[in-house]
Design a protein around this ligand. Structure first.
Ligand SMILES: [Zn+2]
Length: 418
């Protein structure tokens, strides 16, 4: 047999004579001390009615010796320790052992619930309830709570089992009334926390203060998906639990029927509460989708407005350039005259001969006239095309901006109320 490589210690809470006001005891035991022992009562040397064992499944899973010790003592299915079971985000299972008269000798049940708790900013933590329960009749129930969250661990055993009656112990499912209520409380906090954050976005009308807010929106959407997923699976887990409870009830003796019916009604009610939370989470998710679309359209509209402003600014720059061009054209004829009269085609003889014009003057006009005409035609074509493009672009921006403004107004007007 393999030795221990994890040095994990189990924290065992146990109570004897509970119905007569027996006090709870607490004891820490190395998990390897369970090896080769038939019952937990031998370890704590007491025939307790209720054992609550806190342990780390993550540590024990990797320690073959301790894992085998727990499997042997509590008759756990070996597959419970497999990797795919560890990664499961919700489950319920049971295993019943009966005698020749079809009476229950022992019943093992196990369940896992996940709740995503939202913290400040985009942080979060998973609140896991991972439990394995071995029921040996009204005289003894062992509850193995693996990797219990700190909040849950502090409430073991008194707060967690508040309202427990002696009659309840006759039903192997009695623990789930207490554990699932814990799940409902935690999920309720998460769903309403998420709803408050989404409401804050709705109040902002889709306006985002910083570009990082897009990242925060994406985180919130991811949380909403996970909350819906865990609640959907929680409802499914409850459906499996109720189905197996109904089957198991037919095997209970008549003396346990009343307690069993009461526990079944309680589980039914808790399932209904979880279903209500699931519907609320789905509604939150839809509201968030709508808020994200509104934020996207608002930012796009702002971008279109900025582009229109840039277009106006470019138009003003163009007007300034036209003034410069007009000024240049005003002085262009005078510049041209100066240039012509300074050419070598003219000469002003100092001896009183007056102005003389070269007989090759036609050469100047023969070259200048076609080149000027060609340049003017080219300029006319270019300006017309650019002016047409500018008019078309300006009209399109105006239409896009008006359309976004209209859509945004309609979305704000139709926004959902809390
Ligand atoms: Zn170990």
């Amino acid at each position: 047999m393999s030795g221990c490589s994890c040095t994990e210690k189990l924290t065992i809470h146990w109570v004897e004579g509970w119905e007569k006001g027996g006090l709870w005891n607490r004891q820490e035991v190395p998990s390897m001390e369970l090896r080769g022992v038939d019952a937990l009562s031998s370890v704590v040397k007491n025939e307790a009615e209720i054992f609550i064992v806190l342990a780390s499944a993550n540590k024990i899973r990797d320690c073959e010796g301790c894992r085998d010790a727990l499997i042997d003592m509590f008759q756990m299915p070996r597959s419970w320790w497999s990797e795919h079971e560890r990664k499961s985000n919700g489950q319920f299972g049971c295993m019943t052992k009966t005698d020749d008269q079809e009476s229950i000798v022992s019943m093992n049940t196990w369940a896992r619930f996940l709740v995503k708790k939202l913290l400040a900013g985009s942080d979060y933590r998973w609140y896991k309830i991972n439990v394995f329960i071995r029921w040996l009749g009204p005289q003894q129930t062992t509850i193995l709570l693996f990797d219990a969250p700190a909040g849950l661990e502090q409430r073991v055993p008194h707060e967690l089992l508040a309202g427990l009656s002696q009659e309840d112990l006759r039903d192997p499912f009695w623990v789930y009334g207490h554990l699932v209520e814990e799940v409902v409380v935690q999920q309720s906090e998460t769903v309403w926390d998420n709803r408050t954050r989404i409401r804050t976005i709705e109040k902002g009308g889709g306006k985002l203060e910083r570009s990082q807010d897009f990242s925060a929106l994406n985180d919130l959407a991811r949380h909403a998906i996970h909350i819906s997923e865990t609640l959907g699976l929680g409802v499914k887990t409850m459906a499996c639990m109720l189905r197996d409870h109904s089957t198991m009830r037919t095997l209970l003796p008549g003396s346990a029927r009343a307690a069993s019916r009461r526990i079944h009604e309680r589980l039914n009610y808790l399932e209904h509460l979880l279903e209500g939370q699931r519907q609320r989470a789905a509604s939150n998710k839809q509201r968030l989708d709508q808020g994200m679309q509104l934020a996207f359209h608002t930012v796009t509209q702002m971008s279109a407005d900025r582009s229109l402003e840039m277009s106006k600014s470019m138009r003003e720059d163009s007007a300034a350039m036209k003034t410069v061009a007009d000024l240049t054209l005003t002085f262009l004829p005078a510049t041209f005259i100066c240039a012509v009269f300074s050419m070598s085609f003219f000469s002003n003889e100092p001896g009183g001969g007056g102005w003389m014009v070269s007989d090759k003057m036609w050469l100047y006009w023969a070259i200048t006239a076609p080149v000027t005409l060609a340049t003017w035609l080219y300029m006319q074509r270019g300006w017309k095309e650019r002016f047409k493009e500018w008019k078309k672009m300006s009209k399109e921006w105006r239409e896009i901006s008006n359309e976004w403004r209209k859509m945004s107004t309609e979305r704000v007007a139709s926004r959902g109320k809390p």
